[in-house]
Write a protein that binds this ligand. Sequence first.
Ligand code: GLU
Length: 431
Amino acid sequence: MRDALFQDSLRRARKIGEAASISQEVIEALMRPQAMLQASIPVRMDDGSTQYFTAFRCRYNSILGPTKGGIRFHPDVTQSEVQALALWMTIKTAVVGLPFGGGKGGIIVDPKSLSPMELERLSRGYIRVMADFIGPDLDIPAPDVYTNAMIMGWMLDEYQFIKRCKAPGVITGKPIELGGSLGRDEATGRGAYLCLKELEKKRELIPNETTVAIQGLGNAGYHVARLLHQDGYKIVAMSDSKGGIYSAQGFDVESIWKEKTAARQLNAVYCDQPIGGCDNIPHKKISNEKLLQLKVDILIPAALEAVITEDNAAKIQAKIICEVANGPILASAEPLLEKNGITIIPDVLANAGGVTVSYFEWVQNRQGYMWTLEEVRSRLEQIMTKAFDEVWGTAEREKQSLRSGAYTLAFRRLEKGINSHGSREFFNGHS
Ligand code: GLU
């Protein structure tokens, strides 16, 4: 599937663009990445042998600014997946109005199989092969699936070593001490939460009567669960890659998180307890597939892409889906969900809080001035609620889904960017 992901994302973008009468110039510009680098990273393993890892970085489109997007470490990374994710970053940054284009990177690796020192060598190796392809004004990486602040710190360190100067703006999601921003760790989850709060007003949802299921308890999944739980929402199901847990009366998110991550303090970066092993909390075990099909009000896929396909779309019973993961719903599955009246808050809006605070981090690095947590949170709220309103308004006006509304909004911004270099009419002498 991951090999077909890029084609699937292109078909969806073209279809929405044409339905919204976006100019062919914009659609064509978005049909291919501007630059794509594939490299092999040699890593000295702890046993003295050398292993080679395949790495990618895609600078998809830079019309609106330097390209921006995370780096993922995963055994199933493919070039097609990286390109799809980079296209979505291009749309995402335009939806929230950031002065960035879209990019993405990845390494084919199972990071959990590496020792912490092998992981550090691999992270530094990535920067050694990519150092001339990235830069604070060119392409700015960040964390994504199975990468975190510590890995960003190693990468920054290596970049600065190669360039012989301090350049904190080359990477975001860094540790605070190395120039990271307060509030970056919770930003993706908080952004999704802010979208759901806006939907709460539109749909008059009553938190303690609203049930939520969350697939994936990584950083983003945890923070959105925590914030919704604080507001009284009933988090009835959660999962990680090993499986899920269910409780009709709802979970206390903090105690699950504490129990799940207790092992992390003692062991390596990726070591934590599977959620199904949290035995102090009463629960029923369920599979990830069953979690998706629960009869809940809100379903939050917060793990990987392509989990809702034509095969299971008809079985989804949630009323609202908030896409915290990138691309959890395949384009081909979407009509089935829409037919069943499901409201989808699309990834390019729902998870844009992460890149928005990455933008704040980059601004702070350039200013050499740190913002307070309150400042970060209040600016994030301004950007997310404005973007939500604009997407909602576009969708309503044009009788589209929220995804089509978000794409249309982004494409129009990209269109303005392209046309400011001279439109077709201008070159034909008509304006
Ligand atoms: N990986 C995140 C995303 O997919 C964050 C990207 C960033 O901060 O640049 O949006």
